[in-house]
Structures are given as C-alpha cells and as structure tokens.
Design a protein around this ligand. Structure first.
Ligand code: ADP
Ligand code: MG
Length: 238
C-alpha cells in the first residue's frame, strides 16, 4: 500500500504564490482530510498530488517513489471530483469500465472489475442504466466506481458530496467510509465541512491561506487546537 509524502511543496500561479512550502506525510491506508476555508489551497494541493497541476517547488512521493513530474496516469492515483462528468450515451457499467478499456485491458478483466466495483457500491441493479436515469447520489457512486475499477493505491476526493442534499451527503459519507474499510486504500479527502472532517478522518490537515495550521486526529484538533483559527474551525469549546 502507498502513502503520500509532500516535501516543501510550493505553488505559484504567475507571480502569486498560493501554497507556501507544505510538508505532510499521509500514511499508507490512512483516511486524511484536508479542511479549510474556500481559497486556502485545498484543491490546488490535491491537483498537484494528482499531477493535474504542476508543482512549482518541492517534491511529491507516492509509495516512496518520486512522482513530482510524473504524468497523472503514472502515479497510481484516481481522483473523484465534485462534478462528476459521466458519459451520457454510455451505461453505468460502460462508464465504470471506460478507463480500463482505453488502456487496452481485456474485456473479461474489465467486466470483473466493473462487477466488483458495482458490488462494493451496490450498483449492480443499475449497471445497464444510462446516467440520465440515475439520481444525484447514484451518479456520484458511479463516479467513485470509475475510480475503483482502476485499482489505485491512492484515492483523491475533491468535495465529492457538496452537490448533494444534506440527507444524501450523510448516506454517502458512510458509504465512502465503508469503501475505505473494505478496500483499505490511502484516501485524501478535501472538504470545507468540519462535520465531514470530524466523522471521516483518521488525520485532519487544517489549511489556511496556503499553509498548514495543524495536523492531527479529529479528537486532538478538537480538544487541543494550536490556535484560535483551528479552534474556530473545529468548533472547539472556548
Ligand atoms: P480551495 O480549493 O481551498 O477553495 P484553491 O486551491 O482552489 O482553494 O485555490 C487556492 C488559491 O489559488 C486561491 O487564491 C485561488 O484563487 C488560486 N488559484 C487556484 N487556481 C488558480 C489558477 N488556475 N490560476 C490562478 N490562481 C488560481
Ligand atoms: Mg476547492
């Protein structure tokens, strides 16, 4: 299993530095949540880990291997976004297997992996449906299924539930937690919702304006925040 290590990561967009030298270790199999207000750099950090955004300075290691300049497909990661662009003309099963098909995997193997992902996500009855015939929660599950079929060592989630209504969010939170228990991969999960962070994380990383304010377990951050920002964010008693 692969952990993720960030070493003095810096991101500049033109003259503007938005990530200021972040060091972080995510242990193999850990569920790590990045929290912080809008604009603090959560997505940018995640996109650098995914290889969707160039890293201006510093190094990224996944499973001990330096991937700072590697293509996304070479990193052993899969990313699930807030907006899940499913192919409308393909069935659920075809959507989940599409990445494998593009990589030239044999049909029987694709079918096995799609079945396995469908079982984990309870999508078996929906495999032949088109996305238009699914609810929002079902569509997000298909997007997660697409990540699972690729068999990544590390899953990256960028606010995957923020387009869902409150009830569905609670349900999907439990589902992602179950997914983590079942497949045991390393997961990094971005949210601006502290309840999500508290209920899902092994480790929480609190970000503010491109820096890490504090790293710890939900209880550590809640009971023993380093500063008022963390306390405020975690809803700690003052
Ligand atoms: P978050 O996901 O925490 O809301 P982002 O990572 O999206 O924050 O953004 C962090 C900072 O980087 C913000 O100030 C944002 O405006 C800036 N930023 C993000 N993407 C770009 C970009 N492509 N070009 C210029 N600035 C960007
Ligand atoms: Mg974001």
């Amino acid at each position: 299993m692969s952990g993720v290590a960030l070493e003095k990561i810096v991101k500049r967009f033109g003259d503007a530095e938005v990530i200021h030298g972040v060091d972080l270790t995510v242990d193999p199999g850990e569920f790590c949540v990045f929290v912080g207000p809008s604009g603090c750099g959560k997505s940018t950090l995640l996109r650098m880990i995914a290889g969707l955004e160039e890293t201006s300075d510093g190094a990224i290691r996944i499973g001990g291997r330096e991937v700072t300049k590697a293509e996304p497909a070479e990193r052993g990661i899969a990313m699930v976004f807030q907006t899940y662009a499913l192919y409308p003309h393909m069935t659920v099963g075809e959507n989940m297997g599409f990445g494998l098909k593009m990589n030239g995997h044999p049909k029987a193997q694709i079918s096995d992996k799609v079945q396995e992902a469908a079982r984990i996500l309870k999508l078996e009855p929906l495999l032949d449906r088109k996305p238009a015939a699914l609810s929002g929660g079902q569509r997000q599950r298909v997007a997660i299924g697409r990540a699972i079929t690729r068999g990544p060592e590390v899953f990256l989630f960028d606010e995957p539930l923020s387009n869902l209504d409150a009830e569905l969010r609670v349900e999907m939170r439990a589902e992602i937690a179950r997914l983590h228990r079942e497949i045991g991969a390393t997961m990094i999960y971005v949210t601006h919702d502290q309840v999500e962070a508290m209920t899902m994380a092994d480790k929480i990383v609190v970000l503010r304006a491109g820096n890490i304010e504090q790293v710890g377990s939900p209880m550590e951050l809640y009971d023993d925040p380093d500063n008022r920002f963390v306390a405020g964010f975690m809803g700690s008693p003052s």
